[in-house]
Design a binder for this molecule. Structure first.
Ligand code: CA
Ligand code: CA
Length: 244
């Protein structure tokens, strides 16, 4: 691409767009049909058809395709053969995943050679890492819940973000807190007699076939041992006690 303008002070030409430059004597004027030129790094480049110079250096243009969830820096005009540095910056909650168009791979920043006009795009994806280890991805924290991805208890109310979300409270607002929220549940009381110094274990089952140890090494004192177990989501549950 060549940009029109007034006559340049100096005119240089190249046949290979970058490596070898030759100064062409002037004077140059628009009337000489130095009809188009541009300046780059202090060097003038011209296309002058009436002088038989057809291999004028070209300016290259780096442009970017619109990318969702991030931006790319580095667009602009470059002398042919110059390098351009592309830098992709993801929006908060996203990560850069790769270049598209005239660039490829995942290196960032990336240097490319401007040997032609180029258009580059970038892809970004939700950040699925969990920096503070609270069970919520960085994307969920930043984009969905507006919580701090580096702090388990964003609003400092004593409850982690995930617990607040699971119990219907706002993890980013201290005035919305599950603090002291209570409920009454029906439980089952299980009792057995345990001899002094003897060891027992409590097992439970939902089908009388497969038994799971609920508590082991219960040492008796010559009296009744009492335990409570929830019945929530357990329409059938059986208990037994065994001597160890
Ligand atoms: Ca997290
Ligand atoms: Ca909290």
């Amino acid at each position: 691409m060549i940009t029109s303008g007034s006559a340049p002070a100096e005119v240089w030409m190249s046949s290979n767009q970058g490596d070898t430059w030759t100064k062409i004597d002037g004077p140059w004027a628009t009337s000489d049909n130095a009809s188009a030129f541009f300046a780059s790094n202090g060097t003038y480049v011209a296309l002058a058809t009436d002088k038989g110079i057809y291999s004028a250096l070209l300016r290259t243009v780096l442009s970017f395709a619109t990318s969702a969830n991030g931006t790319i820096a580095g667009a602009g005009d470059y002398a042919a053969g110059a390098s351009a540095t592309l830098t992709a910056t993801p929006s908060p909650g996203y990560v850069f995943t790769g270049w598209t168009g005239a660039a490829s791979g995942t290196q960032n920043p990336l240097s490319i050679v401007m040997d032609a006009d180029k258009s580059v795009g970038a892809t970004f994806a939700p950040d699925t890492s969990d920096s503070d280890g609270d069970g919520l991805s960085n994307y969920d924290e930043i984009v969905t819940y507006h919580t701090n991805p580096l702090q388990k208890d964003t609003d400092g109310d004593g409850f982690d973000d995930l617990f607040e979300i699971n119990t219907g409270f706002n993890p980013a607002l201290a005035s919305s807190s599950p603090d002291a929220a209570s409920s009454i549940r029906t439980a089952m009381e299980f009792r057995f007699n345990a001899g002094a110094g003897l060891s027992y274990r409590i097992e439970s089952s939902t089908d009388l076939q497969n038994w799971t140890t609920q508590e082991s090494a219960i040492v008796g004192s010559g009296g009744v041992v009492t335990r409570f177990y929830t019945t929530e989501n357990l329409p059938k549950r059986y208990f037994r006690v065994r001597r160890n």
